[in-house]
Design a protein. Structure first.
Length: 204
């Protein structure tokens, strides 16, 4: 589910992927439901590809959102985000992820994740696991095996369309904290930046 939920650099809130075109994505705001285009030049990242830095490694944002959901029993966060001070945010986050990296995960990042949680819950997006993605990968693998068998019988695979080749760009390290984007399949027309590690560096 989180694979189709996007964050766009320079825009607040989250967006749902509606459709793909040639170097173009149509996305819908989870806030006002307005649809807008996102072009190849825009920095777009699936929040399913974001991880939070800890003292040892990284934890996927899906796991963090699930922990928040369990703590709040599916309700809104119990901290007032409009009034919360940096120390308040750190204390709250420590209850969710005790070993989060205090140096690289900023209070503004904690607030962003908490806002994401509330935004997703208000849109009835409550499954933050990667279970569905794994099922899809398994299905794709089985499909590839079946296709390979067909190839031996001189049955050609259908060529991929340009729409299917369009991928979501990964956001740079300066734009978010404590995120790490997984590798995406290379495309001929939409450039894909290197891994996005949020919180590693702070830009201007």
């Amino acid at each position: 589910m989180l694979k189709e939920i996007l964050a766009v650099s320079g825009k607040s809130g989250l967006y749902k992927l509606v459709s793909k075109g040639n170097n173009l994505l149509i996305i819908e705001s989870l806030v006002d439901k307005k649809r807008i285009p996102a072009y190849a030049r825009d920095k777009v990242i699936s929040i399913g590809d974001i991880s939070i830095y800890t003292d040892e490694d990284e934890v996927s944002v899906g796991e963090v959102l699930t922990a928040i959901k369990e703590k709040e029993k599916g309700e809104k966060v119990s901290i007032d985000l409009s009034k919360a001070q940096p120390d308040d945010l750190r204390v709250y986050f420590a209850e969710i992820l005790p070993n989060f990296d205090r140096e690289r995960v900023y209070p503004s990042d904690i607030k962003k994740v908490l806002k994401w949680y509330e935004m997703l819950m208000s849109n009835n997006i409550t499954d933050f696991s990667k279970k569905e993605e794994k099922v899809e990968e398994t299905a794709d693998s089985e499909k590839d095996e079946a296709t390979g068998a067909d190839d031996k019988k001189n049955v050609k695979k259908a060529p991929k369309t340009k729409a299917a080749q369009t991928t979501i760009r990964k956001e740079g390290a300066k734009s978010m904290t404590a995120a790490k984007a997984t590798k995406a399949r290379p495309t001929p027309k939409t450039s894909t930046p290197k891994k996005s590690v949020v919180g590693a560096k702070r830009g201007g």
